[in-house]
Write a new protein. Structure first.
Lengths: 251, 235
């Protein structure tokens, strides 16, 4: 017989997660991704992120992509420790695939969200030392109920569902209240078209970059922007993005 | 005391036993075209084509317990390697050569344990049809790599007839629908064991096509598609 056995086994057991993560790095060397936001729009969810990654007071990189695809129905926007969050997103991507192939069915949304919680909890001992802290926002389409949802987490893995928007990262606290203001003035995000919501989102990212030194501005590098709908995940075309950024800067 | 002669005789009997079991299996046709990689077969109540990894799938003839065991072993091996290194590093050459062939050879040669009753076809999609790979894996651990098209059938002569047919008709520029019609024709040749021009009733009655399709040029994360209901329109 093959060595393998057919009992139910999780991907974490197969690869020995979280021990399979690399060893921790000192806090000063830990690169951080900064501001990301997720906004509902009519029929979809828009994810936006600035492109800056910082380590202490250094700007490490101005082209970081913090909006990552987990599978065809799930996006994660990450802020905090870059190394750790990219590695955990990678782990989750593999875990979802492993489940669907071994079990011959896709993991349910609840299962995926639980897996994110577990990955955060697995990262906790390091987080308590102030290393590798990160906060994900998950945008997901649930085929079972034909609905979209935005979910955010604390560092311990507690999950919260957010209705219309989510934001995380150093610049997010500066703009959180603006979300409410916009909703009161213009109506709920999920009733408005994409290009309209895209302008609001970019405006907030622009404000965050002015109030928070760790958030990159949009002049030189366009922000990362992806949409999630029931048809899948798509990049917002850079021409659309460039035009929207230009119109914001001209105001 | 087992003499070398006894061993040889037992092995021969073993091979005969396995080949008798495999003889009635529904053949599998693998084709590589511009749009992607196809595994085509007819199934009854049990699924036959499985996704193994991002660009890898397989189908097999044989005992269901062995198919299942090979499926789980392959998935585990591919995912461990893909996670430890990169998705690009997972190939069927290493999967079959390192994880499957050895244990199958051991099980076949060790008269104290049950051998694998399985005959499998693995498919790996790469950047273009010329780079795609099929591996034909025999119950004794023996394996052969093929490009462009490959088959797995109940007996050697059946496979030869299918290959002859495909080598005459195969064209990598074929569209998906054409490729499916070709695969279906090749399957019917493989399922016609008595040579009367019709697929054998035992294989054909109550069976319907199942297609595993790895799509080459898609933006989706998941490239594998299992086509069952829609496949019924083809034959």
């Amino acid at each position: 017989m093959f060595d393998s056995h057919n009992k139910f086994r999780t991907f974490a057991e197969l690869v020995g997660f979280p021990d399979s993560l690399g060893s921790p790095v000192p806090a000063a060397a830990d690169t951080h991704g900064t501001t990301v936001l997720c906004l509902r729009y009519k029929n979809g969810i828009l994810n936006l992120g600035d492109r800056r990654a910082t380590a202490a007071n250094y700007i490490m990189y101005d082209r970081a992509d913090k909006i990552l695809t987990l599978d065809d129905h799930t996006l994660v926007a990450i802020s905090g420790s870059f190394a750790r969050s990219v590695e955990i997103a990678r782990y989750l991507r593999h875990a979802f695939k492993y489940y669907s192939r071994t079990q011959l069915q896709d993991m349910s949304l609840e299962g995926k969200l639980q897996e994110v919680s577990r990955a955060l909890a697995g990262n906790l001992s390091m987080s308590l030392d102030g290393i590798g802290v990160f906060v994900p926002i998950v945008s997901a389409y649930n085929p079972a109920t034909d609905s979209l949802g935005i979910y955010f987490y604390d560092v311990m893995g507690a999950r919260f569902e957010s209705g219309e928007y989510g934001a995380a990262g150093s610049g997010s606290d500066r703009i959180r209240g603006v979300f409410d203001y916009i909703q009161r003035e213009k109506g709920p995000f999920d009733k408005r078209p994409l290009d309209d919501v895209l302008k609001d989102g970019l405006t907030m990212l622009d404000i965050a970059s002015r109030l928070d030194s760790a958030t990159g501005d949009m002049t030189n590098t366009l922000p990362a922007a992806k949409t999630l709908t029931k048809d899948g995940i798509a990049d917002v075309p850079s021409s659309t993005l460039a035009k929207a950024v230009k119109s914001i800067h001209s105001k | 005391m087992l003499s070398p002669y006894d061993w040889q005789e037992s092995i021969t009997q073993r091979a005969q036993y396995i080949e008798n079991r495999l003889r009635s299996g529904s053949p599998i046709v693998g084709l590589s075209i511009d749009e992607g990689c196809i595994l085509y077969t007819y199934r009854k109540n049990v699924r036959k084509v499985y996704e193994v990894y991002d660009r890898v799938m397989f189908s097999a003839i044989g005992q269901q317990a062995d198919v299942e065991s090979m499926r789980v072993t392959s998935i585990d091996f591919a995912h461990q390697e893909g996670y430890a290194h990169s998705e690009e590093d997972v190939t069927i050459g290493r999967l079959v050569g390192f994880a499957l062939s050895g244990p199958m050879k051991r099980a076949f040669g060790d008269l104290t344990i049950a051998p694998f009753v399985i005959h499998a076809l693995f498919a790996e999609m790469n950047a273009k049809p010329d780079e795609d790979l099929f591996i034909w894996l025999h119950y004794d651990g023996d394996f052969v790599a093929h490009r462009h098209f490959a088959v797995a059938g109940g007996t050697g002569p059946v496979e030869q007839r299918m290959r002859d047919y495909l080598s005459e008709k195969y064209d990598p520029k074929m569209k998906f629908d054409e490729a499916i019609r070709l695969a279906d024709a090749a399957w019917r040749i493989g399922a016609d064991r008595d040579g009367n021009g019709q697929p054998d009733d035992e294989l054909f009655r109550g069976a319907y096509p199942e297609i595993g399709f790895l799509e080459r040029n898609v933006d989706r994360v998941r490239r594998f598609r299992l086509i069952q209901e829609e496949a019924k329109r083809f034959p």
